[in-house]
Design a protein around this ligand. Sequence first.
Ligand SMILES: [Mg+2]
Length: 278
Amino acid sequence: MEYKEFARKKDYLVCVDSDGCAMDTMDIKHFRCFGPCMVEEWGLEEWRDDILYRWNQVNLYSMTRGINRFKALAILLSEIDKSCKKIPGTEEFIKWTEVSDELSNAELSRVLEKSGSSCLKKALHWSNEVNNRINEISEWDKIPFAGVKEGLAFAHEYADIAIVSSANPDAVSTEWEKHGLMKCVDLLMAQNAGSKTFCISKLLEYGYEPDHVMMIGDAPGDLSAAEKNRVRFYPVLVSHESDSWNGIKEALDRLINGTFDNSYQKQLINAFEHNLLN
Ligand SMILES: [Mg+2]
């Protein structure tokens, strides 16, 4: 359903992220596509295992989880340039990631019309290769975590449900539809709807009390979007996703009976941060 056609039906709202939160799609994209494509693009076979380990650490298993792909690339190239081999043009690429308002393939193509930097060119080639490789992943390898269907069905009895994701809207809708999750969803707000912080703020305009709203997410960016809107945050912990989904009933019970207080919230955030810091 389009945002403009949405109407509030319940007093509670559950916002849920897709990649790495409801759908088990993040590990596979980083393991099979992002890291290996970087090793190929810059000829880094000699250091392959160490580099893939660092790539996954930065993108999946630390507080930078969910970071923009070009920012992650800047971190890795800077490390590789210092400790493995010289990467020509690294500084110019890093500079671009620091100053550009938009970090996307389209913006990188525009910059390349003016500058011929080999590192920027390789970064765009890498990013396109990553997209090609992601498109080759079978639909059957993109599945929801155990417990998602049941958790969302339970939530939907009490709350409106909105997907709040920064992924491509068609991809999200196809994946959720395929696994029968869409019937629990009232609204999809994806990449084209704006940032997660903005999406939650627009949803609050429908008149939900902020403490009747819960964002379910797997990355620090989800937490920050919830905090900026003063709504509750329920973390899905990386490597423990099913346990997290099984615990969602307690969080919803608390949201509904008014016991999702600051101390419970703090406990959830501590567990989330501890899981990413260790
Ligand atoms: Mg996510």
